[in-house]
Design a protein around this ligand. Sequence first.
Ligand SMILES: O=C1O[C@H](COP(=O)(O)O)[C@@H](O)[C@H](O)[C@H]1O
Length: 232
Amino acid sequence: MTLEIFNNSDEVAEKAAQYIEEKIRTAILTKGSFTMAISGGKTPWQMLKILAKAKLRWEKVFLFQVDERVAPDGNEERNLTQLFKSIEGSGIMTRINVFPMHVISENLDEETKAYEEAIRKVAEQGELDLIHLGMGADGHTASLIPGDSVCEVTDSDIAMTAFPYQGRMRMTMTYPLINRAKEILWLVTGEEKAEMLQRLLQQDPGIPAGKVNPTHATIFADRAAAKHLSKS
Ligand SMILES: O=C1O[C@H](COP(=O)(O)O)[C@@H](O)[C@H](O)[C@H]1O
């Protein structure tokens, strides 16, 4: 696991966008396409806004969601709403292949299977080229929530949480899929994440983030999140 520390969250977003742009460029040149997944919350959107300005062959990019809240289409809490807001006006909207998690269906278990299949159709052996992850101040990542049995799922790539978290049920990528990714890019910013960043680096299995495969993982953090690190 590699750690890079930047001055602030704006710098993290800019460097992460540059990093992903380079990965996309190389993948398209070498194998013709790029498959990636993006998390939700608040951290990724600035990065995505910057990335959307890159001159790339966006029709070769397949973008999945790491997780989603069960809420109506267009709801501000939906990660998809924020994703679309981040790329609107950039000109990539009609070119990039976005795969929304369908969370307003009557049968969400069926939708989890359908999403898993959609990933397997475009990503060989269901291995995404890059998964972006964030981390909550409680150590959750994706919607792998502390104490929720969704963290124990090993036979599906996509699953529903057993309980609402912050008021919403969620659909999420599970460990098997996340841990198969060719590369993981963590974005961790803000002082409230400082303790969890230490635990992530120690691969502490007591928090959901600590159980993510560290082998091909890079963490981009800001100084606030990394404030304890020089002391440890
Ligand atoms: O609830 C969520 O939170 C985590 C962390 O979000 P962040 O904005 O604090 O980085 C996020 O990774 C996850 O996708 C999201 O649903």
